[in-house]
Design a protein around this ligand. Sequence first.
Ligand code: NDP
Length: 242
Amino acid sequence: MSGLTGKVAVVTGGAQGIGAATVRRLEEEGATVAVVDLDARKRSDAVHAYDCDVTDLAAVEEVFARIVADLGGLDILVNNAGITRDNLLFKMSKDDWDSVLSVNLSGVFHCCKAAQKYMTAQRSGKIVSLSSRSALGNRGQANYAAAKAGIQAFTATLAIELGPFNVNVNAVAPGYIATAMTAATAARVGADPEEHQRTAAERIPLHRVGRPEEVASVIAFLVGDDASYVSGQTLYINGGAR
Ligand code: NDP
């Protein structure tokens, strides 16, 4: 019997990249996993797929209620859906700002708000949200950095509020992970994705970029029993980079 047998998990943005790797990992550990994404069937082998835009609170509340009805509960929430709209401040449009804050930060608020009522009622739950190394500051990412730093403050606060209900709330902050998101970043600067990764790797002490599975394994640790006394933390997954 694996560590997460009998648990129901929701992974937002779970149709690809880090989210899809997390879905696979949690399923391997025995969890029943609902993929929530704009197009959840992008990943054809998703067993429990729910289309939902995390920027819409009413839609999130409706889909979480459906998941609880379909799968019998909600024990684990992984807030992974995210987007980038990179630009230097003087070129960053209001729409670039609003859309990144809306998906990356308000989306986390919406999903936590929808999940907490089930978790507090059952007196148990685990929440992990995807922050980023960019929360410490990154040129061209003022919107994204602000949202990801906001997730860290939100996480610390929710850990205080939900701790008395036996709900652990943590964040992970990956560095450069090879996904469609970082391939799009490379394309924006006119670089070949592999060349972009090689250049990035030169500044990383482990001398390579990360894989989605290397984030998924840390998320699996944080939602499992081995991390039962860990809450309010942000764990960096960045190969030693600063
Ligand atoms: P991807 O772009 O590969 O995957 C993100 C997923 O989220 C996509 O399936 C996307 O759908 C979905 N999504 C976007 N907007 C919404 C929305 N409004 N509602 C529901 N789902 C949505 O990203 P990664 O796997 O690279 O990143 C996953 C998370 O990890 C993000 O939060 C990201 O910020 C964070 N992160 C990633 C790093 C990296 O180096 N890759 C580093 C640090 C943090 P669609 O494709 O249709 O837009």
